[in-house]
Design a protein around this ligand. Structure first.
Ligand code: NAX
Length: 331
């Protein structure tokens, strides 16, 4: 039998946490043969609710779940974890300045970076979900210098999956037959959902999405804005932000990172930019990546047309601006 993997979920008493922890306990993240020990962290005002989630996990009696640590102590939460999914953060409230929200999250991610650096298992893989996800991940990276940069990522898989979903609905094909969309840049409304290299499996082979949709105006317009604004549309409908889809895509992100992407398929991940595709280096930027043996690699050599170039630059500029804002909160 495999040794259990310790998975940390921060903000575990929140909405996404409530959807995510049962998925992890049921093997959705790491596979049906991988035992797990869940570490759940939240802040003291949520301690009682967190304990309620722990009670429900016990009641769910998942055979893969070998233990649950529910705590408000950051060190206890981080100790020995192999995977850390950072969902906890400070949300933007009505009337709050961007800088104030950034400042709160910078201080959270700075201190949690140190705790992970000192107490997590060696080679711990980190996924930041909490917004501003890319910049929170960057702060985590900066304040955990001994964790390799390649181990720190941000979630754009939800946006990636949203793009797959939109194409699948438009063409009335199975979502599993659509692949290789790309989310470039920031997990924000400047992200660029790109279908220029995306394909659909058809009875007569793989066909480019553009060739099948036959409507560039839609692909360059409404498709992009629908994916960019999908989070807002969910809030409008549910009066709550996306949770089950966020949790599900966090599982997809970790699963593909750990177990690998299928041959010929890439996914989108926010990773520490090396300046590939002439986007800014030194920010957490979402790229198309393939994963093998627990490591991601940016897909190289894709053609970037003029429209795409502009959009890659806009979202890159926003990330540089966020980085500056985050740094200004440190001083
Ligand atoms: P909730 O407000 O329901 O839950 C957040 C939880 O974090 C709360 O229980 C809170 O007590 C806890 N928390 C706050 N500060 C903490 C700290 N210092 N340490 C540990 N826990 C802390 O929000 P939820 O809907 O679950 O969303 C969580 C985060 O995900 C938000 O920042 C949200 O903006 C972000 N999202 C990111 C997405 C992505 O694709 N990257 C999509 C979904 C989601 O909007």
């Amino acid at each position: 039998a495999k040794e259990p993997v310790r998975v940390l979920v921060t903000g575990a008493a929140g909405q996404i946490g409530y959807a995510l922890v049962p998925m992890i306990a049921r093997g959705v993240m790491l596979g049906p043969d991988q035992p797990v020990i869940l570490h759940m962290l939240d802040i003291p005002p949520a301690a009682e609710a967190l304990n309620g989630v722990k009670m429900e996990l016990v009641d769910a009696a998942s055979p893969l779940l070998k233990g649950v640590v529910a705590t408000t102590d950051v060190v206890e939460a981080c100790t020995g974890v192999n995977i850390a999914v950072m969902v906890g953060g400070f949300p933007r409230k009505e009337g709050m300045e961007r800088k104030d929200v950034m400042s709160k999250n910078v201080s959270i991610y700075k201190s949690q970076a140190s705790a992970l650096e000192q107490h997590a298992a060696p080679n711990c893989k980190v996924l930041v979900v909490a917004n501003p996800a890319n910049t929170n991940a960057l702060i985590l990276k900066e304040f955990a210098p001994s964790i390799p940069a390649k181990n720190i990522t941000a979630l754009t898989r939800l946006d990636h999956n949203r793009a797959l979903g939109q194409i699948s609905e438009r063409l009335n094909v199975q979502v599993c037959d659509v692949k290789n969309v790309i989310i470039w840049g920031n997990h924000s409304s400047t992200q660029y959902p790109d279908v220029n290299h995306a394909t659909v499996k058809t009875p007569s082979g793989e066909k480019p999405v553009r060739e099948l949709v036959k409507d560039d105006a839609w692909l360059n317009g409404e498709f992009i804005t629908t994916v960019q604004q999908r989070g807002a549309a969910i809030i409008k409908a549910r009066k709550l932000s996306s949770a089950l889809s966020a949790a599900s895509s966090a599982c997809d992100h970790i699963r593909d990172w750990v177990l690998g992407t299928p041959e010929g398929t890439w996914v989108s991940m926010g990773v520490y930019s090396d300046g590939s595709y002439n986007v800014p280096a030194g920010v957490i930027y979402s790229f198309p990546v393939t994963c093998k043996n627990g490591e991601w690699t940016i897909v190289q050599g894709l053609a970037i047309d003029d429209l795409s170039r502009k959009k890659l630059d806009i979202t890159g500029a926003e990330l540089c601006e966020e980085k500056e804002l985050a740094y200004s909160c440190l001083s």
